[in-house]
Design a protein around this ligand. Structure first.
Ligand SMILES: [Mg+2]
Length: 191
């Protein structure tokens, strides 16, 4: 059996650009004295020059519900099911913190709603390298440069989901850049 680590945000979800535009609109609509500093940033606290309190309030006011209703990446549920049926163990790992919302509860609700299969769900995991070691991971799928770098340090095969934030990142050995789940499926099964 091979163990696959799969990230949530911008690997399974397709929410980053919508979320960042919501932040922009939220600041404008509420006449908050903050500016957008990085519209492509994957961390909501760093999208604007706002204090953490205001970012948390955004999540409570509209972010959580919008996230629960966000779309999955095309074909991810189908491909993950296929991987499961072919003996892969699906380990979903996210750094989503509880400060914005009850991260485990909301993430599980979203995965269930989208019928995305998993064997293990780990939430609030900032240190994905430990998660790779603790779960005997063989393959990593993520959009984060630091996660891909960790995978490379452990000599694991990885797939980097392209985003605006990582598009110029020079890939380490053993890493393949991808833009959709069908491409991942093809690459995994041809190994
Ligand atoms: Mg991510």
């Amino acid at each position: 059996m091979k163990n696959i680590l799969i990230d949530v945000d911008d690997t399974l979800t397709d929410f980053l650009y919508k979320r960042n535009n919501l932040i922009k609109k939220y600041i404008k609509d509420n006449k908050l004295p903050y500016k957008i500093i990085d519209i492509n940033c994957t961390k909501s606290a760093k999208v604007a020059n706002w204090p953490l309190d205001s970012c948390i309030k955004f999540w409570h006011d509209i972010g959580t519900e919008e996230q629960l209703n966000c779309k999955p990446q095309k074909n991810c549920a189908k491909v993950i099911k296929n991987l499961k049926n072919n003996g892969y163990k699906i380990i979903i790992v996210s750094a989503r913190p509880d400060i914005y919302y009850e991260a485990y509860k909301y993430t599980k609700a979203w995965l269930d709603k989208q019928k995305i299969y998993f064997d293990v769900l780990i939430i609030g995991q900032q240190d994905k390298k430990s998660a790779m070691l603790n779960n005997n991971i063989d393959i990593v799928i993520d959009d984060s440069i630091s996660t891909i770098t960790s995978a490379s340090e452990l000599n694991l095969k990885s797939f980097l989901f392209t985003t605006e934030e990582n598009k110029n990142f020079v890939l380490p050995e053993n890493c393949i850049r991808v833009s959709d789940w069908k491409q991942i499926e093809k690459l995994i099964f041809k190994q």
